[in-house]
Design a protein around this ligand. Sequence first.
Ligand code: DGL
Length: 268
Amino acid sequence: MDNRPVGVFDSGVGGLTVLREISRQLPHEKVIYFGDTARVPYGDRDPMQVVDFSRQIVRFLRTHDVKAVVIACNTATAPSLPYLRSENDIPVIGVIEPGARGAVAATKNGRIGVIATSGTIKSGQYPKHILEIDPSLEVFPLACPRFVPLIEAGRTHEPETAAIVHEYISQLTARDIDTLVLGCTHYPLLRDLIGAEAGDKVTLVDPARETAAELAATLDAMDGRASADVIPVHEYYVSGDPVFFRKFAEKVLPCAVPEAVKTDIEKY
Ligand code: DGL
């Protein structure tokens, strides 16, 4: 038994979709969430700069004595996971391998689309992990750099956004995919529009589900779950505007969200 919190971070609000799933599968785990809302988006940044940002955030999370860290961001997972794992003596879990496993389990025709930021697509990590599991599959990766700024601006249901969703997703439905990985933790916030455009024949895979399952298995392996009488109150920290963050988080999460604490992450 271990009642210490789990650290979860993202470049912004996207990681809330992972936090939501962690709370569903592990309702007694307390989460310390960090959203790097002053430096979002990470998608077009140099990968080594993303590694440095991730290191700062993990140092910050560790001041809260977290027992494990979930990188709730594909763009940060791609370059940072090996560094963060070798530099920390607590488990560090990314979202890409769990997402790849989810996609392989879902496909029937062997044709998988992956949408993500430019950074994640350039890293080649999704095709690598999918093909490691089953080399007979075909993977169609597509960078969608216009999604994150729209989502961070809260423009998830506007006609302009639907038109951009059409522009991207139609390129993949034209390849006869039956599975589409939402390879950016912001994208489940566009799930309605993406699902409508992809159609009934395409299964959407949100890596959050497998990621939370991996966290559960990791905690079990170290006998590290919180006790069943804990009713956790998560804590939220951001580098940008805490008022905006809270309003956003309350739309994503099924629970009340306390004021986020503005944090000078450059200090860590
Ligand atoms: N939510 C992040 C991800 O999963 C990306 C957002 C960004 O570009 O900062 O990749």
